[in-house]
Structure formats: C-alpha cells, structure tokens
Design a protein around this ligand. Structure first.
Ligand code: ASP
Length: 447
C-alpha cells in the first residue's frame, strides 16, 4: 500500500492530500456536535471545530510552510548566481528583464479586464448589504490594512530594491533586494572570469544542494497540503459560499479562464506551440501548494522547482523570473481587485463610467504589483482601488471588513492563479532566450 502511494507521481499525491484535507476539514467543521458544558453553557460545534483545526491540523501545516520558507532566500541566491554565470553574457540580462516585465504587464492587463468583464456580467454586489460587517472585524481589519500599506513613495520603494546592507536584506528575507544583489554577484563573477572560478563552482554546487533539499521538502507536500486544507476548512468552512456566493463564482470563473485560456491556450499552446497536458501536470505541485498556503512567496521554492525540474526552464530564467513574479506579478489579485471594486459599486448602486473602468483597471494593476505575496494582502489594499470610484475610506473599510472573514477561500484561488501566471511567463521567456529544454517539458511526468 505504502509502496504504491510512493509510486504515484508527486502531483497526484498532492491532489490526494488536498482532497483528503478538504474532506476531513469539512467533516470536522460540520460534523462536530455542540458540547454542553453545564446547565446554561454550551460550546458550539463550530467553535469546537475551530479549536480542533488550530490545535491538531495547523501545526503540521505550519511545519511544512516553515520548511519551504526556509529555502526561499538560499534558493534565490544560489540559483540566480549560478544561472547568471551560466548565461555567460551579462547583456542577456537586459533583454531577459525587459521581456519578463513586458509579459507580466500584458498578462495582468488580460486578468484585470477579465475580472471587470466577469463582475459586469455576474454582478456580485447587487443587493448586498455590507454595512453588517461586525465591529470586531472592522477593528481587526483596520490594523491589518495599515500594516499592508507599506510606507514610502513609489520612488522610495524602487530605491529599496538596492540593498544598502545585503546581509540584512538576506536575513530579512527581502526578495527584490536579494535578486538585485545576487545578479550583481553573478555579473561580478562573469567579469572576473578565470580567477572567480572557485566561487562560480561553489555556487553551482550550492544551487544543486539547495535544489535537492527543496525536492526533499516537496516530498512532504502531500501531508502539508492536507493539514493546511483540513485546518482552513475546519476553522473557516465554506461559509463564503452563502455570504459571498456570487463574488466567489465570479472570481473562480475568471481565474479558471485566465489559467486555462490565457496561460494554457494562448501562451503555452498557440504562442509557444507546447503541449498543454504537460504544462498543467508540471505546475500541479506548485498550484496545490499555492492553493493551500494562499501565499505566492511561501510557494516560491516549489514554483522554481516545478519550472526547472518538470518543465525544463533553465535556472538563469527560473531563478530570476519567478522570484520577481512572486513579488510583482499577481494576476489573480488583479482580477480580484477589479471584482471588489465592482462589488462595492454595485452594492452602493453606483453606475461606473467607461473612464472609471479604465481607472479601476489601472489602479488594480498597480496595487497588484505592490501587494506582498502573503495571505489576504490583495484585499487589505483594496481601499486604493475603491477610492478611484468615489467610495470613501470609511465605506471601503466596511466593504473590506465584510469580505475579510471569508477571504481565505477566495485568496486560495487567486494565489493559485498568481503562481500559474509566473510559471507561464517563465516558460515563455525561457523559450525566447533559448533557455527552455523542450525535451524535459514534453516528457514531463508521463505517468
Ligand atoms: N495571497 C495572494 C498571494 O500570495 C495575494 C493576495 O492576497 O491576493 O499571491
């Protein structure tokens, strides 16, 4: 039995873990009876389920997430340095960077238009009374929104990409400064040439070691994903479906279209002429982990390993395009921000003009770029988008507090979309740069 379980390809095991966690979590959530403590006190079943979720399932999920997070910085540093030195010519970095950013913007543009179209079609906000958001939710969301809105102007934030203290940047896990510093080291090694061979070999073999550790951690993914799903379902359930049914339907539909049609058919099939089945099999592990963690940053090592090992993306591309994507390319989040804006407008009975649609699309794109790849970051920054359609900060707070308790189930889908988009772009850039091993891509997981 155990042998045949291990013989299954990882992505299948991840899917089984996901389904099992879902089932167990829902059974606990809806099957735990109320507990009578004494004559006038009972502990409701939902609260008991939440306690079970927090104490039995969450620790296992957390252990898995910590294991992956442990690898983020080592993986970026080693893969990127080894990738840049393997590339041979620092000039190639310029075209790689420009192509990556161009593609990221293009896919986000599709995403945001799709979100707006779906919101106009499905009208998720009509008849919703969001002022019923509880005072406790408003209070908790207020603090979180302040933390999410990173201080500093756009220029300040651009400047922060250059780490004045690289060691601090590494130890704080800051992705963009780490990318910058690693690329500089790579370029330095290239320019020095022969005398830098020892350090080049060092990073080459370090990259292999860290990748091997990543694969080992990935073996834990089915169990980690199962625990995370069981925790989310036991503590939160699927209440989103009764309270925000149409918002959930609109988001899931738009994300599925974005993944299957935009990434799958348009990019992988038509544009790159590559087989869809292999692409979707190759990214399934990353999708499973993204869905259960709701964090594209925490999924990053898995994303890199899927792109390299399953799809044949060279490490120079995987190591640069994917960490950048986990930070700035969030198509699911862009879809969502457009939808939340329409949701609020419809709940308020506002009719938006064409120019307001364009403004929403532009701000949703910018906010999705600025959002961190952590749970609920997108929702907590939605006030900026609501502002452009004339929703006051007080009203925005209510909208956000109303959605927040049910956000996890929505966040899981947009994170899955964010990560899928990163990998689709990585494959495209790799193919353009001649850094895609198509044999690996086409032969991926024949099982
Ligand atoms: N959780 C998402 C991510 O990590 C961001 C969001 O809240 O939309 O990609």
């Amino acid at each position: 039995m155990f042998k045949s379980w291990q013989a299954l390809t990882l992505w299948k095991r991840v899917l089984v873990g996901l389904a099992l966690g879902l089932g167990v979590g829902l059974a606990v959530r809806y099957g735990t009876p109320d507990l009578t403590l004494n004559a006038n006190e009972t502990l409701p079943g939902f609260e008991r389920a939440a306690i079970i979720g927090e104490s039995w399932f969450k620790p296992f999920g957390d252990a898995f997430v910590r294991l992956i997070k442990m690898l983020i910085i080592p993986l970026i540093v080693t893969t990127l340095i080894s990738g840049v030195t393997a590339m041979g010519d620092p000039k190639k970095l310029g075209s790689l960077g420009a192509r990556t950013i161009g593609l990221y913007m293009l896919t986000t543009l599709f995403a945001v238009s799709l979100g707006l179209a779906m919101g106009t079609l499905i009208k998720p906000g009509v008849g919703v009374n969001y002022s019923t958001a509880s005072a406790a939710d408003v209070a908790s969301v207020t603090g979180k929104m302040e933390t999410a809105e990173q201080a500093g102007s756009f220029v300040d934030r651009l400047l922060e990409i250059i780490p004045s203290n690289p060691v601090a940047a590494l130890s704080d896990g800051q992705v963009l400064p780490t990318i910058f510093f690693s690329i500089m080291i790579g370029i330095g090694i290239l320019f020095v040439g022969k005398p830098a061979d020892p350090i080049r070999h060092f990073f080459d073999s370090a990259a292999e070691v860290v990748m091997r550790i990543t694969m080992m951690v990935m073996e834990m993914a089915p169990y980690g994903v199962c625990a995370l799903m069981a925790w989310v379902m036991a503590t939160k359930g699927i209440e989103v479906l009764s309270n925000l049914l149409w918002l959930a339907i609109a988001l899931y539909a738009a994300c599925i279209i974005q993944i299957i049609f935009v990434y799958g058919f348009m990019i992988i099939r038509l544009f790159l002429g590559l087989p869809l089945k292999q692409f979707f099999r190759g990214i399934a592990d990353a999708q499973g982990v993204a869905f259960s963690t709701a964090s594209s940053s925490a999924t990053l090592p898995v994303t890199i390993s899927c792109a390299e090992t399953n799809l044949g993306v060279d490490k120079s591309v995987a190591g640069s395009v994917l960490p950048l994507g986990a930070t700035i390319n969030m198509d699911g989040t862009a879809i969502y921000l457009g939808l939340v804006a329409l949701f609020a407008a419809q709940a308020n009975g506002l009719d938006l003009s064409m120019s307001q649609y364009v403004m929403v699309a532009m701000t949703a794109t910018l906010v999705s770029i600025g959002a961190a790849g952590i749970p609920s970051a997108g929702l907590l920054l939605a006030a900026t988008v609501l502002n452009v359609i004339g929703i006051s900060p007080e009203q925005s707070l209510l909208v956000i507090a109303f959605i927040f308790p049910f956000d996890r189930l929505l966040d899981m889908m947009r994170t899955l979309t964010n990560v899928s988009g990163d990998i689709a772009v990585a494959c495209t850039v790799a193919k353009w740069e001649g850094e895609l091993n198509e044999d690996v891509f086409r032969n991926e997981a024949e099982v």
